[in-house]
Write a protein that binds this ligand. Structure first.
Ligand code: KG4
Ligand code: ZN
Length: 336
């Protein structure tokens, strides 16, 4: 079985070909990503209209390269899987229209995929995991901790009531004068020191649910009162420590509430080195790391999620709508 994945929910135009082997493991035949990060950095954040226009330009090239890299033609593909939500409406429409065009001209069937569900299942691209397990999706727009009971069966354990963890990284980075998206830059700066004289609060400590709005205010005050060239790396260290500690506190809480120890972390912030180290060396959690190329937005996870759902007997035909807000606990039929 071989699926083509297409992803355009935010500022990455991506296409990938993924196969499922007879032993059940995945093989990623190609994984092509064209990032618009440099363009949006000029504006300090993603500009939706520009992102949609860039997808229109980049997607045909990315699609062609994904087939070339995988050494296949469209007729070798069993289904085209495309992100139908959540994400930026104009961007989702470009991806779905493009996928529909290929499907109409080739006769290859179409499947609509939930981007967050694809992040949740991305660990299965590389690991054999038994259900249930814990999943944390941490990106620029999402911070959600779930129990994965099976394919298409998720229990929400905690989510953010305000900012996402990636946003907390990016906004703190902006306060420190680092370029957007600042997560990577802030982390790099933080790694130049090994401790900090500053300490930042964990939002909703001891409770279910994430919160980063008070954290953001605390970073802003810290910057106003203490920022110098000398303290800058230490402030970055404290920001990273604060966000990573908040994520770990909620994972540990979820683990003791559910009795589950296996955890998969995905989304852009899952690329964070300190978070990965803490989880790898954790005293009771068993961490299943997702390779960096499948942590940040990519189309291999979209193809894999569609295959897993297809094998589980779930029917995901693509309707004409897109769903900018689509919790994974709702089917596409109930998404809007
Ligand atoms: O999943 P993603 O690529 O895009 C979406 O938001 O859907 O996640 C992007 C987010 C940004 O906020 C970025 O700053 C953050 O992930 N990020 C990081 C790191 N790499 C990416 N945050 C902290 N440390 C990193 N190494
Ligand atoms: Zn994402």
């Amino acid at each position: 079985m071989k699926f083509l994945g297409i992803e355009t929910s935010c500022d990455e135009s991506a296409a990938a070909v993924v196969s499922k082997q007879p032993d059940g493991s995945f093989q990623v035949n190609s994984n092509v990503i064209s990032s618009q990060a440099d363009l949006h950095a000029l504006y300090g954040g993603v500009v939706p209209e520009l992102a949609a226009r860039e997808h229109l330009k980049n997607l045909p090239l990315v699609f062609k390269k994904a087939l070339e890299d995988a050494k296949v033609s469209i007729q070798d593909i069993d289904a085209i899987a495309v992100t139908q939500g959540p994400g930026l409406k104009g961007c989702l429409l470009i991806g779905c229209d493009f996928a529909r065009g290929i499907s109409d001209s080739s006769g290859v069937p179409l499947k609509g995929v939930n981007h967050i569900e694809a992040h949740v299942l991305s660990g299965l691209l590389v690991h054999k995991l038994n259900f249930p397990f814990l999943s944390l999706v941490v990106s620029g727009g999402h911070t959600e901790l779930s129990q994965v009971n099976g394919i298409g069966d998720y229990t929400l354990l905690a989510k953010t009531g305000d900012d996402a963890a990636g946003e907390a990284f990016d906004k703190s980075a902006t306060l420190l004068g680092l370029p957007y998206p600042g997560g990577v830059e802030l982390s790099k700066l933080a790694s130049s020191v090994s401790k900090s004289r500053f300490k930042l609060p964990i939002g909703l400590k001891g409770k279910d649910g994430f919160s980063f709005s008070g954290f953001k205010t605390a970073v802003s005050l810290l910057v106003q009162n203490n920022l110098t060239e000398e303290t800058k790396p230490e402030i970055a260290w404290a920001v990273e420590e604060g966000i990573v500690s908040a994520l770990l506190e909620k994972i540990e809480r979820a683990s003791s509430n559910t009795g589950l120890k296996e955890i998969v972390v995905s989304g852009g912030v899952a690329a964070n080195k300190r978070l990965r180290e803490r989880l790898t060396n954790h005293k009771f959690l068993k961490f299943y790391p997702v390779p960096l190329e499948f942590c940040t937005d990519n189309a291999a996870m979209i193809a894999a999620a569609a295959m897993l759902r297809f094998e589980a007997g779930l029917n995901d035909t693509l309707s004409s709508e897109v769903f900018p807000r689509w919790p994974i606990y709702k089917s596409a039929a109930n998404a809007s």
